[in-house]
Every structure is written in structure tokens, then in C-alpha cells.
Ligand binder design. Structure first.
Ligand code: ATP
Length: 324
């Protein structure tokens, strides 16, 4: 386990600046998601930490040790990618044992560690199966066990749950979180799914075009986004200007009612409604602008229908002040 420090890291492919002078410090034992749109440089950062790509400038430290000059296999890193890349001709147990054999551990040590790793990911009963006899979720568990069994200083996960269906993915997110809390390994998790990043992370790094827009806890980046990019990348937001300052208000902070409320700010007309079980979203036309409001569905609420005239309000505290 290690604290990871990235100082002024820059990577170019030809003239294209893919990672642009980023600096960040990741505390030991934390899980950090790197979140951002396709092509913003997420995987390239992971590949530089792993040693597959060499930066043009900057340095990466594990604790106080610079690692740029250290070869891939000496960095002691665990990796899991979207395609699980298990060795198809080896059993589950052999796949997990592989990294330990490379490190020349004794047969007995290997057996003990492989069994513990299988238990950790609840795959004890599958030790003798080949990867193709496993489901996607099971293969992903084995890939995780294989990455963790070597007791890496840093774990790199690149879109590792993306191939799973929604339900299994949510289950695996919680399981992953538990396993990583138990092992305490510093983990980088690349994703473009904001919900996944919120569920899993101690910290989220929001990237755009090779730079870090903001790093913070899930609460901070959602409740206190610095700018419009972060506010709109992590969920929905209503933006407005007042006294030449820019503000955002999250849809769930906007109250909607057919009757005037104490905090009524505007009157509008409901142009669209989407119902998704626990939540209803209202698109409300206010003069030439659109406001999105979301409300928890409770049985007592009076029904609001498309076409209704509604009062819209929010508390002053719900207004997030943004950088221009
Ligand atoms: P995605 O979410 O789509 O995986 P990403 O944020 O992980 O995207 P990267 O894979 O880091 O993005 O790629 C960043 C940019 O660098 C992209 O424009 C990509 O085309 C480019 N790129 C990545 N690897 C190479 C390479 N080996 N040679 C040239 N360009 C590359």
C-alpha cells in the first residue's frame, strides 16, 4: 500500500496533449475514481502509473519513491481491465497463482494465498474451472483475486465493471468496495459512469481534455462543483445568472407545487414528465427557459400533470456559486 503523488504529469501523442500538467496526491489506502468523458486521458494516466506509457514530463511517486524509472513488473501493481484477460488454458486457481509463481513463492505459500484470495471473492467452489466455464461476474471476481493476491502497492481498475449488466454491476460495486476496504490497497478506478464513481469512491477526480477540473469526495464534487463542467458531468443541474455571477441548482433541490409556497421563485408550465419509480422528473417551461425539478414520489402529494401551471422554488442554500 502506498500514498500516490503525481507531480506535473504530461503526456503527448504526437502534437496531441492528452494529459496536461496534472498534479494530485492520493492518500494511502483510498479509492479514487477518475471520471470524465471519452478521450479525456483517464486510461493514459493509469497506463503511466502502471509503466506502459512514459510521460514527457512530470513524476509519479509511491510514498516518497519516484517510479518513472522503474520497470512495469517491479512496480508491484495489480490491474483489472474491462476484458478480464484471464489465461484461458489455466484453471481459476492457476490463474490466481500465476503472479505468485513469478515471484518464486513456495508451493505451500502459494496454496495458502490462493485459497485466501478465492475465499475473499467467494469463488472457493470454482477453483478447478476454466475461465470459459464462468459468467462475466465470476470472471471479474477471479481477475480481482488475481490482481490482489500479489499484495500490490497500488491497484488499477479500468472500466472493470462495464461489461456486466446493470444489476450485477451494482452488486459488484458494493462487493468491490467491501473487498477494497478489507485489503486497504490504494486504488485508481477509471470509469465514465458518474453513479458508479459516486458509489465506490473516497475521492473523485473529474477530468476534461487532459486536465483535472476538480478532485473531492463524492459529496463535494456533487454538492459543491466548481464549474459548469463538473456540475453537469455529475448529474443534472439548472444554471442561472444573477448579478453577473453564475449559479447552479440541483433538480432535487427544486420544489414544485400547484399552490404558492413560501420559497416560490418562479411560475412555469409543466411541459414534460418522466416517472421512474421512486422519483418523478418535471421539465418546466419558465418564460424562455427550462427548469428541471425532481421529486421523491410519496402517496400524499397532489398529482401534477403535463400542462399544469406550477410554482417553483428553492432555498438560498441550494444555490451553488460557480467559477466563471
Ligand atoms: P475512454 O473513456 O474512451 O477509454 P480515456 O479518457 O481513457 O477514454 P485515453 O485512452 O487516455 O482516454 O485517450 C486519450 C486520448 O489519447 C485519446 O484522444 C486517444 O485517441 C489518444 N491516445 C491514446 N493512446 C494513444 C496512442 N497510443 N497513440 C496515439 N494516441 C493515443
Amino acid at each position: 500500500m502506498a500514498k500516490v503523488t503525481i507531480n506535473n504529469l504530461t503526456k503527448l501523442f504526437g502534437d496531441n496533449i492528452v494529459v496536461n500538467d496534472i498534479s494530485v496526491e492520493i492518500p494511502d489506502g483510498t479509492l479514487v475514481s477518475i471520471l470524465g468523458p471519452s478521450g479525456c486521458g483517464k486510461t493514459t494516466i493509469l497506463r503511466m502509473i502502471a509503466g506502459f506509457e512514459v510521460p514527457q514530463a512530470g513524476e509519479i511517486f509511491f510514498d516518497d519513491q519516484p517510479i518513472t524509472g522503474i520497470s512495469v513488473n517491479k512496480r508491484n501493481i495489480g490491474m483489472v481491465f474491462q476484458s478480464y484477460a484471464l489465461f484461458p488454458h489455466m484453471t481459476v486457481a492457476e490463474n490466481i497463482a500465476y503472479g505468485l509463481e513469478q515471484r518464486k513463492l513456495s508451493k505451500n505459500e502459494i496454496r495458502v494465498k490462493v485459497n485466501a484470495a478465492l475465499e475473499m471473492v467467494h469463488m472457493e467452489d470454482y477453483a478447478e474451472r476454466k475461465p470459459k466455464q464462468l459468467s462475466g461476474g465470476q470472471q471479474q471476481r477471479v481477475a480481482l483475486a488475481r490482481a490482489l493476491v500479489i499484495e500490490p502497492r497500488v491497484l488499477l481498475l479500468d472500466e472493470c465493471l462495464s461489461a456486466l449488466d446493470k444489476k450485477l454491476r451494482v452488486e459488484m460495486q458494493l462487493e468491490l468496495r467491501k473487498i477494497l476496504e478489507e485489503t486497504g490497497v490504494t486504488t485508481f478506478f477509471v470509469t465514465h459512469d458518474q453513479e458508479e464513481a459516486m458509489t465506490l469512491s473516497d475521492y473523485i477526480i473529474v477530468m476534461n481534455n487532459g486536465i483535472i477540473e476538480q478532485m473531492g469526495t463524492p459529496f463535494e464534487v456533487y454538492e459543491k462543483p466548481k464549474n459548469t463542467f463538473v456540475a453537469s458531468f455529475l448529474g443534472k443541474a439548472n444554471f442561472f445568472e444573477r448579478n453577473q455571477k453564475l449559479y447552479a441548482v440541483r433538480p432535487e433541490k427544486v420544489s414544485v407545487s400547484k399552490e404558492r409556497m413560501d420559497n416560490t421563485k418562479k411560475i412555469g408550465r409543466v411541459s414534460f414528465i418522466t416517472y421512474s419509480g421512486s422519483i418523478t422528473s418535471y421539465t418546466i417551461q419558465v418564460e424562455d427557459k427550462v427548469i428541471i425539478a425532481q421529486q421523491q414520489n410519496t402517496s400524499e402529494k397532489g398529482q401534477i400533470n403535463k400542462g399544469d401551471t406550477v410554482y417553483i422554488g428553492w432555498d438560498e442554500l441550494a444555490q451553488i456559486s460557480l467559477e466563471a
